[in-house]
Structures are given as structure tokens and as C-alpha cells.
Design a protein around this ligand. Structure first.
Ligand code: NCD
Ligand code: ZN
Length: 347
């Protein structure tokens, strides 16, 4: 619809989120809980959340950090390692609080050192996940330093993901934060039970943004921003309303000092505008009416969970994220700090 001033959608979910722990958790959680009814919480804490007991304890800390009156359900994940036991999958499934397990190729991203060195080592775990109907969430990049960083996602599809998906024909798989045309094509043509999350930054920016007028550490995330043709492929597939592609912000807070450093870490914090940014994308694409399905239907349907019952209203009201939000210790520079956003969540 042209010139829409207000948009009410079913309350959305964030299917890929980093909440961290302790004081950072307390600082960032309110942003997500205000917008989203549920979020899939990534397990890459230090140390990582590798077993059900740790996931349940982390879940309690998240619930305890919620603002009074907030209604929000964290959906927990386990961090797979070379030594994850199939019995851990049984415990995770029996807990009812663990939605799936995250595959980080060892060394691929922030806090992934304890990840999986070779997926063949976890075939028994993946088989058990298929039996127990736990979903595999995948960080899809090869880690071979000889492979160009812009090609690591495409290489991962051919070398790791596609064979894994065929070896485990009943396993449900989410290819997290897809960034390339190759990933879009793969997910569109893969067998049933394969889906993907898409971040706001990969829909809004291409890799030129990393170097616009100088190096931009706050736009560095993994997988790194890609070429314009890749961004176009992502935008086309979400504009088309393909239900295999749904919202996952990958909001990943890091203190300013850790981003603005000689070796700055990867991660973009976007929870402060976690639905507003997507509204901007869908409006640019001329399909604002398709935001609701992307944000509130497709992910729940894929995971076999009920759609949320409440609603969220967005209004056309210009606002600017601040230069930083307080974090203890330090501060957090949000995505689009100081720039204007067109959509706001109605108070
Ligand atoms: C994430 C983080 O900081 O935990 N960083 C990122 O750039 N996306 C890890 C991840 O999802 O790869
Ligand atoms: Zn992530």
C-alpha cells in the first residue's frame, strides 16, 4: 500500500539473536522483549552453552533479566562441539525448552573456537536430532584460511551443508544469516525442511558500506557483507514472500572498545530497531504488506510452533538511534546510530 502511516502486524519473533549474559544481557534484552514475543537465543557465550543444564540455567537468567511486565519467551539452543553426546540431545528434547542445536564450524566467528572441526564427527548427534525433531541451526561458512572470505558461504554449501542435508534427510535445518545469491538459490531448491534467516544489515547494505569514507568497524559482522548482486538476491527472495526465508536479526552486541580496535570483533547490534529496519526494507521493496508473514508467520510455521496471538503496531515516525547506549562496562554503538529511521514501534 502506498503511503501507509501505520501498520499493525501479528507480534513477531526473532529467529536468531545474541543476548550475551549478566550486565550486557540486562542492557540489551528490553529492546528485543519490547518488539518480539520469542527469540532463538544463540549459545555462543564464554564458555559456550554446550549442555541442557547450562541452557536451562541460561534461560532462567534471561527470564530474570526481563523488565517487569514483559512477555517474552527465550527459545534455547545448544552449542555443538566435537564431543557432544547423542544422549545430550535426548536431554535437550526432554527439557522442552531447547529448540535446536547450533553448528559453528570451529573458528568461523565470535566465540566459535569450541565449535565443530569436521561435521562427520557429529553425524550420530545429527541422527539423534532428526529422531527427536530438534532443528539444526547452521553458521554456514568454511574456515579454511585459503578460501577468500567472500566465498566462504558458497563453498560451505557445496562442501558441507548440501551433503549434510542429504545424509540426514529428516533433519530440519536453518541456514542462519544467509548473505549470498548462492545461499538463496540453495535454500530455494533444497529438500523440504531447509530454511534460512535473513538479517537487516544484509538486506540494507553491501560490502561497500564497510569502507565508506574510511573503515567502519560497526558494520563488520560475520558472515561479512557481500556484493550488491548478493544483496539483490536476498531482497528479491524476501519480497517474493518465500516462506523458507524469515526474520533473524543476528543482533550481536559488543562494547564499543572491542569494535573500535586494531582487531575489532564481528557483530552488529540491531535489537533497538529490530523490526523497524525490516519495515524499511519491505517498504523500499514495495511489499510492506508482506512484512507480517516474514516476521511473524514463516518462522513459527517452520519450527512447528503456534503463531503469536498479540499484535505490534508500527507507525511512520522519523527517529534516530542515539550515538550509543550505556553498557556496563562501556557503551554500545547501535546500527544506524545518528541516522534517521522511518518507522517506529508505537509506544
Ligand atoms: C556474532 C557474535 O558476535 O556472537 N557475530 C556476528 O558477526 N554475527 C556471531 C555470529 O552470529 O556469527
Ligand atoms: Zn549470530
Amino acid at each position: 500500500m502506498v503511503n501507509m502511516q501505520e501498520l499493525t502486524i501479528r507480534r513477531p519473533d526473532d529467529w536468531h539473536l545474541h543476548l550475551r549474559d549478566d550486565a550486557v544481557l540486562a542492557s540489551v534484552l528490553p529492546f528485543t522483549a519490547r518488539r518480539f514475543a520469542r527469540a532463538v537465543v544463540m549459545p555462543n557465550l564464554a564458555p559456550p552453552v554446550t549442555n541442557t543444564a547450562a541452557a536451562l540455567a541460561y534461560r532462567e537468567r534471561i527470564l530474570a533479566a526481563l523488565p517487569v511486565g514483559a512477555v517474552f519467551t527465550p527459545l534455547m539452543t545448544l552449542y555443538l562441539t566435537d564431543t557432544t553426546a547423542p544422549e545430550e540431545i535426548d536431554r535437550a528434547s526432554a527439557s522442552g525448552a531447547v529448540l535446536g542445536c547450533k553448528l559453528y564450524p570451529a573458528g568461523a566467528t565470535t566465540h566459535s573456537a569450541a565449535g565443530v572441526t569436521d561435521v562427520r564427527r557429529i553425524d550420530a548427534v545429527l541422527a539423534r536430532m532428526s529422531e527427536r525433531a530438534l532443528t539444526l541451526q547452521v553458521h554456514g561458512e568454511v574456515t579454511d584460511p585459503a578460501v577468500d572470505i567472500f566465498d566462504r558461504e558458497a563453498r560451505f554449501i557445496d562442501q558441507v551443508l548440501s551433503p549434510l542435508v542429504e545424509r540426514h534427510p529428516r533433519l530440519r535445518v536453518v541456514f542462519e544469516h544467509v548473505t549470498t545469491r548462492a545461499a538463496v538459490e540453495y535454500v530455494c531448491t533444497a529438500r523440504a525442511g531447509v530454511a534460512a534467516t535473513v538479517t537487516p544489515q544484509h538486506l540494507l547494505l553491501n560490502r561497500n558500506a564497510l569502507f565508506q569514507g574510511g573503515i567502519r568497524p560497526h558494520l563488520f559482522c560475520l558472515p561479512v557483507l557481500k556484493r550488491e548482486a548478493d544483496r539483490e538476491a536476498l531482497r528479491a527472495v524476501v519480497a517474493g514472500g518465500n516462506p523458507r526465508f524469515f526474520l533473524g536479526t543476528d543482533s550481536a552486541p559488543h562494547a564499543r572498545a572491542l569494535k573500535e580496535a586494531a582487531c575489532g570483533c564481528a557483530g552488529i547490534f540491531s535489537a533497538h530497531a529490530g523490526i523497524e529496519l525490516y519495515a524499511e526494507v519491505f517498504e523500499q521493496l514495495g511489499v510492506l504488506e508482506r512484512l507480517e508473514a516474514f516476521a511473524a508467520h514463516f518462522g513459527a510455521d517452520f519450527y512447528g510452533l503456534p503463531r503469536n496471538s498479540g499484535t505490534l503496531t508500527l507507525e511512520r515516525r522519523a527517529w534516530s538511534p542515539p550515538a550509543s547506549y550505556p553498557l556496563s562496562p562501556g557503551e554500545l554503538v547501535p546500527f544506524r546510530a545518528g541516522e534517521q529511521l522511518a518507522w517506529a514501534v508505537r509506544a
